[in-house]
Design a protein around this ligand. Sequence first.
Ligand code: GLN
Length: 489
Amino acid sequence: MTLLDGTARTIRDEIAAGRVSATDVCRVFLDRIGAVNPALNAFNLVDADRALGRAHDIDRRRRSGDPLGPLAGVPIAVKDNMNVRGLRTTASSRILERFVPPYDATIVTRLEEAGAVIVGKTNCDEFAMGSSSESSAFGPVRNPWALDRIPGGSSGGSAAAVAARCVPVALGSDTGGSIRQPAAFCGVVGLKPTYGRVSRYGLLAFASSLDQIGPFARNVADAALVLSALAGADPRDATTADERVPDFTASLTGDVKGVRIGVPRAFVTEGVDDDVRHAFDRALDALRDAGATLVDVDLPHAKYAIPVYYLIATAEASSNLARYDGVKYGYRSPAAKDEGLKAMYSRTRDEGFGPEVKRRIMLGTYVLSAGYYDAFYLKAQQVRTLLRRDYDQAFKRVDVVAMPTSPTPPFTLGEKTGDPLQMYLADVFTVSANLAGLPGISLPCGFSQDGLPIGFQLMGRMFDEAMLLRVGDAYERVTEWSTKAPSSI
Ligand code: GLN
């Protein structure tokens, strides 16, 4: 096995044992990025000098016998909507093309304290709005399994980077599926933690009541390792919860005997591609054979999740994105010089934002406006509560709820860009975890007939990521999907 195929855990252990240096590990992954990124466009920025400098620090610490963190020397990529001090954060938008943040996101501080080596920032949908990574101002990301396919979105660059062995682990953000869906489309593991589990300080806000940061990895054990480093209360983010953070790797017992898995059959019937349904059913069979019990559950309001999500997410986005005005951050239209303040705002935003971001700002402004607020925004909040109650009911009877991550395998570049509604419908199975605040994990569970990755999703009780990781790890032990790598790149 080469270093590129190593997991975060094996790489860390090799470095800690002195069998390989962090600097050599870093070079190997940087070379890989250099070789494949021109085809994938997964990275907006790679800072080799910074990464090698950090790797060198790890090697020095090891030589002098200083304690090494749980991710010591592990190369990691961070989605380009999280701040790393001194590196550009663009959110894949023209409006922030040259924005250099003066501070680190809390997750960056925590990763670096754990010894991780940040190699670069990954491409994504503009401001994380999308399901295909095609709304990036810097060109689309391509799927390493088939270059004519999208990698999913919005964290498509992070998913593609992990699948293509550019990094063993990466971070994404998930507002309505942006970690889980690209993980499924790229054949890797993606975990969205419970709302409040991981600090969002330094994450560019999209929809503040839905956003969470989480890891992409090639197996569940690595996702557990990274989550352990990220999780926990942060005085800089008042929405983080003061919940005990368990040692997530200790939950990987391999045993699912007696675990009750809820399957919302009525919800999973409509519009699901045959290959996806087949792979999902086989995944459930494997879990049952491993000792879990399958239980039918009902989520009567799940069918409203898409409209509810696209009302709430756009409303929050329209408010959050008001700060990009040409005054405080980023781009300012040069044409606006002599035309006054109002023209400066409107030209800056017109030139700086792409079409999907504008669509969402307009939609969100509309649903929040006087006269429409009650009919749309308030109604959506009420249905959000009903949806959350559906899950409360289900979790009285089961430990996890399972469903496909996406109704289809990865689609072709350009296939849905002309029809935003079709793009939104691709999120049918992922948005409810965000609306209810629940943790969700996507696990590779097979391939379509044309060899494209398929994933399935487990959702858990609030703050019970340990259960998701335990079931996911047990599933991995009885299947072989997580060992597959794309051969075309
Ligand atoms: N695809 C969803 C959207 O377009 C989710 C995005 C996300 O999770 N950031 O809003």
